[in-house]
Write a protein that binds this ligand. Structure first.
Ligand code: ADP
Ligand code: MG
Length: 249
């Protein structure tokens, strides 16, 4: 694999279409996310935000168009897909930890299986990451013994353990009790400040204003607005964005 130059976009989607049956869920999406950029994706329920995230790492096959991560086209299937997919970390609303594995095992499993790290190396990295998200002392517990906010921070550590080039977050705080939202957003804000390329679906407008370089507003499978956060929040252009902001702010 040739090293991509620094101006190769980290994510490039070209004319991506996705249908569920006759429902056209992503419509000719063209999107380039430069290295280190933090993009917040907003839009009403059903507008295609989750499908966009899932398409980026091929959890969801697309009908046409192309997707490249750091200049490398995502193959449709096979072993190389597993490797490329590992470049794209994903954090979901439901934390999706393995219930019958310890916190440490949850974080070391992917690096050992997919990245072929030794157990010792994976353990060392995992403990560093758990430290970084503030839960190193919970390493030997099981997910159910942790709060939702702690579990979500483990999910972030697990994704980071794969050394991804891009992190996708799909409503990472929507399932959390309000008092736990900030502990997760703080970890994400730090990650953004460290230069991680991130695509974040969230309704947390404070996070969007603080951490995002760019806001995408989606409606009916299209990117309707693509603007800097302040420009979007203070002066949305489309009626659909005005309507959306009127309901959530
Ligand atoms: P959002 O995340 O913005 O709420 P989604 O990407 O989840 O939107 O969904 C976009 C549209 O696709 C919705 O109309 C939804 O009902 C539909 N959809 C999502 N997943 C599936 C699926 N697996 N099968 C059929 N329709 C789906
Ligand atoms: Mg969704």
């Amino acid at each position: 694999m040739t090293a991509a130059s620094t101006d190769t976009p980290m994510i490039r989607m070209s004319a991506v279409d996705k249908y569920f049956g006759s429902l056209h869920v992503l419509r000719e999406i063209d999107l380039e996310v430069p290295r280190g950029q933090v993009v917040v994706v907003l839009g009403p329920s059903g507008s295609g935000k989750s499908t966009l995230c899932r398409a980026i790492n091929r959890l969801e096959p697309i009908n046409s168009g192309s997707i490249e991560i750091d200049g490398v086209p995502l193959p449709a299937e096979g072993r190389s897909l597993a490797e490329l997919r590992a470049d794209v970390g994903m954090v979901f609303q439901q934390f999706n930890l393995f219930a019958h594995k310890t916190i440490l095992e949850n974080v070391t499993l992917g690096p050992i299986k997919v990245r072929k790290q030794s157990k010792e190396a994976a353990r060392e990295t995992a403990l560093q990451l758990l430290e970084r998200v503030g839960i190193a002392n919970q390493a030997d517990k099981y997910p159910a013994q942790l709060s939702g906010g702690q579990q979500q921070r483990v999910a972030i550590a697990r994704a980071l353990a794969m050394k991804p080039k891009v992190m996708l977050f799909d409503e990472p705080t929507s399932a959390l009790d309000p008092e736990m939202v900030n502990e997760v957003l703080d970890v994400m804000t730090d990650l953004a400040a460290e230069g991680m390329t991130m695509l974040v679906v969230t309704h947390e407008m404070g996070f969007a204003r603080r951490a995002a370089h760019r806001v995408l507003f989606m409606a009916d499978g299209e990117v309707v607005e693509d603007a800097a956060p302040d420009a979007f929040f203070d002066d949305p252009k489309s009626d659909r964005a005005k309507d959306f902001l009127g309901k959530i702010l």
